[in-house]
Design a protein around this ligand. Structure first.
Ligand code: FES
Length: 223
């Protein structure tokens, strides 16, 4: 894992090293919830650069367009730890933390309700399982379910980078980073190591480098 990383280039792309698997997934509705379906096959490489400015003509890869469009990619997100940033929500048999970093992937919605509704009913074992899924399937890592003894419940992920597409909204979504891949700021500082997060690739997030759902408002489409 130590040779795997994502390095942010100042006003430029994400440089991915360490032969990290690259896939594309489509956010697809199913009932009142969502699942991922397979997208295009993307080329695999030891090192690759992913577009961060939203203007590449060869998405999801950088083609140098960021220098022509004078991309301002200043990192504005807090580097404080999740536990220090997140709101603590108390449920029946499950608690949840919510850092409000929404990528608008909508996996917090399930047939029996939203993650916030489900934790309140988590004294029902079936709804507890649903609440855990609603929190854990959030790609942004915004929501984390906690047992009452304080243990965080996280899905097991292999390192992988997933380019998200959201045809239901007619847009392309961010970059879902799975499996605790280190993320390094353009100034060399590491962000907190997280199991799941979504990076902005439309270039317009106000919480760079993380996705804040702006791609929906600006109708970003990569193809
Ligand atoms: S970051 Fe290089 S083309 Fe977008």
């Amino acid at each position: 894992m130590e040779n795997k990383s994502i390095k942010i280039i100042k006003n430029g792309p994400y440089v991915v090293t360490g032969s990290i698997k690259l896939t594309e997934k489509i956010i697809t509705s199913q009932g009142k919830g969502y699942v991922y379906t397979a997208g295009r096959n993307l080329p695999q490489a030891k090192t690759y650069t992913l577009c961060r400015c939203g203007k590449s003509k060869n998405p999801p890869f950088c083609d140098g367009e960021h220098s022509k469009c004078a991309f301002h990619g200043e990192e504005t997100a807090s580097k404080a730890a999740f536990l220090d940033r997140a709101e603590f929500l108390i449920g029946a048999d499950l608690d949840m933390r919510d850092d409000h970093r929404c990528a608008f992937a909508r996996f917090c919605h399930r047939n029996d309700g939203t993650a916030w509704e489900l934790i309140k009913q988590s004294d029902d074992p079936r709804l507890k399982e649903e609440a855990i899924k609603a929190a854990s399937e959030c790609p942004a890592g915004r929501l984390v379910a906690f047992e009452k003894n304080g243990t965080a419940i996280e899905p097991e992920y292999e390192p992988e980078i997933v380019i998200l597409q959201d045809p239901e909204r007619g847009v392309s979504c961010g970059i879902f980073v799975k499996g605790r891949i280190p993320l390094l700021s353009a100034d060399g500082h590491p962000y907190e190591r997280q199991n799941r997060f979504v990076l902005c690739r439309c270039g317009e997030s106000v919480n760079k480098p993380f996705c804040d759902a702006t791609h929906v408002h600006i109708k970003y489409q990569d193809g």
